[in-house]
Structures are given as structure tokens and as C-alpha cells.
Design a protein around this ligand. Sequence first.
Ligand code: ADP
Length: 161
Amino acid sequence: MKNKIAICPGSFDPITNGHVDIIERASKIFDKIFIAVLENPDKESFFSLTERLRLVKSSVSHLKNIEVESFHGLLVEYARRVSAKAIIRGLRAVSDFEYEFQMALTNRKMDAELETIFFMTDHKYSYLSSSYVKQIAVLGGDIKDFVPPAVLKKLKGGKKQ
Ligand code: ADP
């Protein structure tokens, strides 16, 4: 396959070291990855879309083949727009499986050419989630091992943006 393009969609509310690890590994396999930050007016996020985009951009700035964009609507349409042939997702515990399985099959039904590719979490991040990080930060705990520097700076003090 030439010019292998993938999308990596998510809420990234906020981006964690678990996300960054997956993006770094995927960036070695694909020529270009579009990180698609979900704009979902129905789901209240901790950080605004603008802030989530800024934090993702600053956390992956060391990778040259990554673009960060917001998206709303159907993922398969976004993938077509950027000529992506794959969706990258991460898998942590078995608990992720059911949701990811359903989403992968639904997207395949809508576009049979679009493959979902799963990256197994690094064991260091297997328990790590954006919601876990937010809870710890709000309660004043130390999150420096869990998030990139820009997110740490933003979450220090546990303030909602
Ligand atoms: P969504 O709201 O779409 O689940 P998230 O930002 O929570 O978006 O997650 C995006 C993707 O990153 C998902 O596939 C999720 O399973 C994966 N992910 C999140 N945290 C980790 C982690 N610690 N290790 C591996 N994958 C992760």
C-alpha cells in the first residue's frame, strides 16, 4: 500500500500518555495520521474543543507525520475526506473490547474498505484513562506520570477550563 493514511479518533479529554504511546507507535507504521478530536455538542467535555486540540497538538509536536483536526459527524465520512484507509484505536482491558468491537463492525458495515486497527496498550498505561486522570487532578493528586507536560500544566490546580 502506498501512502498509508490513518485516522486516530477520540475525545482526548484530555490526551494522556496512553494515547501518546499509541500515536507514537502508529506513526512508525503509517505515512500520515490524522488525529480526529471529537466535537460532540451532546456530550459535555471537561476541556473545550479548542483546548483539547491545543493539548493534543502540543503533545504530538515531536512527531512529523501527524495532523490534528477536529471532527463531527460520521467517522467514515471523515476518513474518506482525508483518504484514510484505517482507523486506529487503543485497547486496554477486556472492558474496552465490547464497545470497540461494536464500533469497528458498525464502521465496517458503513465502509467495507475502512479497517479498524487496534494497538494493545503498553502495560504501563493499561489502567490509564482520561477520566481517571481528571478525577485525580481535581482531588489534588499527582498526575505527572500520566499526562504530557502541557496537560500537566493545564490540570495543575484541578481547574475546569
Ligand atoms: P473515546 O471517547 O472515543 O473512547 P478516548 O479519547 O477516550 O476517546 O480514547 C481514544 C482511543 O484511545 C480509544 O480507542 C481508547 O481505547 C484509547 N485509549 C485511551 N486510553 C488508552 C491507554 N491508556 N492505552 C491505550 N489506549 C488508550
